[in-house]
Design a protein around this ligand. Structure first.
Ligand code: FMN
Ligand SMILES: CCCCCCC(=O)C(=O)O
Length: 363
């Protein structure tokens, strides 16, 4: 593959994927104000290097929930990967395992969470809470049994964002079953459906879509899920310090500052603009992870210096998957690790744990 720049990666993926699948991945909601701000606002922060530090050895490691990881990267949950590559989440899982990066498997994967677990190393499960609590609880039990190490509840999708490009293209990969791996294999869902999804595919997809979103999901439901599992629970999609505070009050274990890569609420604050106030509110009591807009090592350094404990990669690894399957994802990860290491050395920082706000200025 040998593509080291995000723009080249994106161009190459575009030439391989059909126009509608590519647009689904690349685009944001509305007129993409927030999608653009995620990138632009990261660039407003500049690194202010300090030299003559001993950077002969660099330590990229972090620790989360009592476990050590070689790098501060995780793979963000991305649904519908069956439209990107035939080996979809399985290729992603194998690549991440080779590199030692944890994955966060989406609820809406094209294969089941058990099939993913069989290929993956460290893994967390991302939960779109269903409007049907029995299905939600079944997903949590299955994740526990399949060895997932944490539950990530995505809170920024009470409904699908206004995705103008997909609406224009009339493109909805979930209607093709690309997001049905966990639903179709779920015993509770199957019982409610009262038929095999393979026998009545269209009805099964329609039924899944009815259950998929839970616009009524509230903090009381979060409290119920807190009681339902001993796994660490993180909330993904936090942008307001008061929600971070509430997450701690509800005894949750972590949060992910994210605006879903600009795919949900257009016009909302960029992820990097939201980060500092949330880090201040949390005050180190629970881990704060970050995503939306990470495209290169300098972006990672900025997010970590502003107080994130780890970052999630989204679209970059999806493009790697499109270009060259498992090997493509691995190359993207290798490049991100190399870039971070070089960025830290040239900024005069020898450990991720030494990154702090003093390294940055906002222009
Ligand atoms: C094609 C696509 C599908 C996604 N699917 C999910 C999902 O199933 N669950 C979820 O919590 N986030 C999902 N996300 C959001 C990502 O987890 C992540 O927040 C986002 O990609 C970060 O932005 P970036 O790609 O610009 O770095 C998806 C993002 C993309 C691009
Ligand atoms: C109706 C299915 C929605 C799948 C959502 C996947 C996702 O999070 C995305 O951003 O796209």
């Amino acid at each position: 593959m040998k593509l080291f720049h995000f723009t080249d990666l994106e161009k190459k993926a575009e030439s391989i994927l059909g126009s509608h699948p590519f647009t689904y991945i690349k685009s944001g909601s509305g007129d993409e104000e927030t999608l653009g701000d995620n990138i632009a606002d990261l660039r407003k922060w500049k690194i202010r290097p300090k030299f003559l530090q001993d950077v002969s050895k660099r330590d990229l490691s972090i620790s989360l929930f009592g476990k050590n990881y070689k790098t501060p990267y995780l793979l963000a949950p991305v649904g519908n990967l069956g439209i990107v590559h035939p080996e979809a989440e399985l290729a992603v899982s194998r690549a991440a395992k080779q590199v030692g990066v944890p994955i966060i498997a989406s609820t809406v994967t094209s294969v089941s969470m058990e099939e993913i677990a069989a290929e993956a190393g460290d893994r967390w499960f991302q939960l779109y809470c269903s409007s049907d609590m029995d299905i939600t609880l079944s997903f949590i039990r299955r994740a526990e049994q399949a060895g997932y190490g944490a539950i990530v509840i995505t809170v920024d999708m009470p409904a699908l964002g206004f995705r103008a490009s997909d609406l224009t293209n009339q493109y909805a990969p979930f209607k093709l079953g690309a997001a049905s791996g966990n639903y179709f294999s779920d015993p509770v869902f199957q019982k409610k459906l009262a038929c095999s999804p393979s026998k009545d595919f269209q009805r099964a997809v329609d039924e899944q879509l009815k259950h998929l979103f839970a616009p009524g999901f509230s903090w009381e439901d979060v409290a119920a899920l807190r009681m339902a599992t001993d796994l660490p629970i993180l909330l993904k999609g936090i942008l307001h310090p008061s929600d971070a505070k509430k997450a701690m009050e509800f005894e949750l274990d972590g949060i992910i500052v994210s605006n879903h890569g600009g795919r949900q609420l257009d016009g909302c604050i960029s992820s990097i603009a939201a980060l500092p106030a949330i880090v201040d509110e949390v005050g180190g009591r629970i881990p704060v992870l970050f995503d939306s807009g990470i495209r290169k090592g300098a972006d990672v350094v900025k997010a970590l210096a502003l107080g994130a404990d780890a970052v999630l990669l989204g679209r970059p690894y999806v493009y790697g998957l499109a270009i060259n399957g498992e090997e493509g994802v691995k190359e993207v990860l290798d490049n991100f690790i190399y870039d971070l290491d070089a960025t830290m050395a040239t900024a005069g920082v020898n450990a991720v744990s030494a990154l702090d706000r003093d390294l940055l200025v906002r222009t």
